[in-house]
Design a binder for this molecule. Structure first.
Ligand code: ZN
Ligand code: FE
Length: 250
């Protein structure tokens, strides 16, 4: 499968997955039509499916413009169908979608948020739940829900690539540096991000193994992280809630 990472709006990512064997192409989230249509055209791909992670405008507003040119089917969470764009297929967490995507429940940022896991290509499309060096803001869910979401991802293999919905990597890493990240991993990633910025390349697609060394929301069980959050000895759940609170106040 070929992956195209597409910058949309000011800092969103959309993803196109093309399976050469079947000729099928799937779009994950539709922030903005023009940049996505441009890649489809350049590649000569017809769009078959759109998978939606959650109802926020910056993940769905490109749909009408895309569907006007490609008669793709739209897939979203049945539990959130009333506030998603009109769906051709409503799915539930645990379902497997065309192309082999497993739907994972991922509440926290919103209640109906889902992620898509492609085990065969070691890829998790996590949108605004687990993000590069951070996690999404808790607009609707509780810290406990985000904790459970992130722990379900933490059970995936280290080599899983994490494709999030936004390019917040640099700001997230600056914040993560307060919470006792692995020193060598931090230095290496700071250098890598500087290089990606110079080249104008995407920052998404880090591995879960790398996030385990850097992402404070996956590291609440580590005593030095709890201490840096000001909650020595607290549970990982409480540490996540406190780090998220400090991020919101930052
Ligand atoms: Zn969102
Ligand atoms: Fe978003």
């Amino acid at each position: 499968m070929t992956l195209e990472i597409i910058r949309c709006l000011s800092d969103n990512y959309a993803y196109l997955l093309h399976d050469a064997a079947t000729g099928e192409t799937t779009l994950i989230d539709a922030p903005e039509a023009a940049p996505i249509l441009a890649v489809l055209k350049a590649r000569g791909w017809r769009l078959d499916h759109v998978f939606i992670t959650h109802h926020h405008y910056d993940h769905v507003d490109g749909l009408p413009g895309i569907l006007a040119e490609h008669p793709a089917t739209v897939w979203g969470n049945a539990a959130d169908a009333e506030r998603l764009p009109s769906l051709d297929h409503a799915f539930a967490p645990g379902d497997t979608l065309p192309g082999g995507a497993l739907v994972m429940d991922a509440p926290g940022h919103t209640i109906g948020h889902v992620a898509f896991h492609y085990a065969a290509r070691s890829a998790l499309f996590s949108a605004d739940s687990l993000m590069t060096h951070g996690c999404g803001r808790l607009f609707e869910g509780t810290p406990d829900q985000m904790y459970d979401t992130l722990m379900s991802f933490a059970a995936l293999p280290d080599e899983t690539h994490i494709y999030s919905g936004h390019d917040y990597a640099a700001a997230n890493l600056r914040f993560a540096a307060r919470f006792a990240p692995d020193a060598a991993a931090l230095t290496a990633r700071q250098a890598a991000l500087a290089e990606l910025a110079v080249k104008g390349l995407p920052t998404t697609g880090t591995t879960l193994g790398s996030e385990r060394l850097l992402n404070p929301y996956l590291r609440g069980h580590i005593p030095a992280v709890a201490k840096a959050a000001g909650l020595p000895g607290a549970t990982p759940r409480a540490v996540l809630a406190e780090i998220r609170r400090q991020k919101d106040a930052a």
